[in-house]
Write a protein that binds this ligand. Structure first.
Ligand code: BTN
Length: 250
């Protein structure tokens, strides 16, 4: 990773980068506790214990992806966290489309897909008034472990071309900055609208939502004002989905 180039293009960001860590999440949490600045970034070329949502492992092959956590101090109430997650998904999709020329879909709440397979994920944790957002992007992986191969993809696999991680990181940090500014100055509404416009999962999609042990099925009917997913059940009841793994049904 050519950090000199990244730092020269983003002089306002504090960027720490390691060759190999267990996970960037606890490192960023520690920086948050120590009072690090808004948009401080902790990244690594490899993670040996990358964390995904619901305690899952995030595959973090050396020098193939972007693995970083960013500290966000937006001064917004904790209830804004779901919309921050949506904003980060939008930022990832925007940066991939701009730098790599490949269209992305967003699967509520925070998966970025290319051709139906996951190429990036976001993990948001609250630490006091700071948000630690972990972002993993599959950039140049040529293959994945057997258990992921039907679910995951990389930008390289989707485009057939090796991608430059540095310029994607710069584009992504700029997009995060822009979306945070939008959230701070205009509130949730534009982010909710952009997410709904960019995701094929938000409206009119028959889905199954896995909620750890149980699941619900229905047709999606948009987002509520907090960023939660609205689902019409087969019996006609409307349900608000607060969390869960969304998959196309049947
Ligand atoms: C998900 O399950 O979709 C969220 C994946 C988040 C992975 C990123 S990689 C950088 C940061 N460090 C971690 O250990 N996890 C996040």
């Amino acid at each position: 990773m050519d950090l000199a180039m990244v730092r020269s293009l983003l002089p306002a960001h504090d960027i720490l980068w390691f060759d190999r860590v267990e996970s960037t999440m606890p490192l960023a949490a520690r920086l948050a506790a120590e009072g690090a600045r808004h948009q401080t970034v902790v990244g690594a070329d490899e993670q040996t214990a990358g964390q995904g949502r619901y305690g899952r492992h995030w595959h973090s092959e050396a020098a193939s992806g972007l693995y970083f956590s960013i500290l966000l101090k937006l001064g917004l109430p904790a209830e804004t966290a779901p919309v921050i997650t949506l904003a980060l998904g939008l930022a990832v999709a925007e940066a991939i489309e701009e730098r790599c020329g490949v269209a992305c879909d967003l699967r509520w709440p925070n998966d970025v897909l290319i051709q139906g397979r996951k190429c990036a994920g976001i993990l948001v944790q609250l630490h006091g008034d700071a948000v630690v957002a972990g972002i993993g992007v599959n950039v140049n992986q040529r293959e994945f472990p057997a258990e992921l191969s039907s679910l995951a993809t990389s930008i390289r696999l989707a485009t057939g071309r090796e991608q430059e991680r540095e310029s994607l990181l710069v584009a992504l940090l700029c997009a995060i900055g822009r979306l945070c500014d939008t959230l701070a100055s205009e509130g949730k509404e534009p982010v909710l609208r952009m997410f709904a416009e960019s995701s094929s999962f938000v409206r009119g999609r028959r889905v199954k939502v896995d909620q750890g042990g149980s699941s619900v099925e229905g047709v999606t009917e948009g987002l509520d004002g907090s960023g939660f997913l609205l689902l019409r059940r087969p019996d006609g009841r409307r349900e608000t989905i607060l969390a869960g793994g969304v998959r196309p049904a049947g």
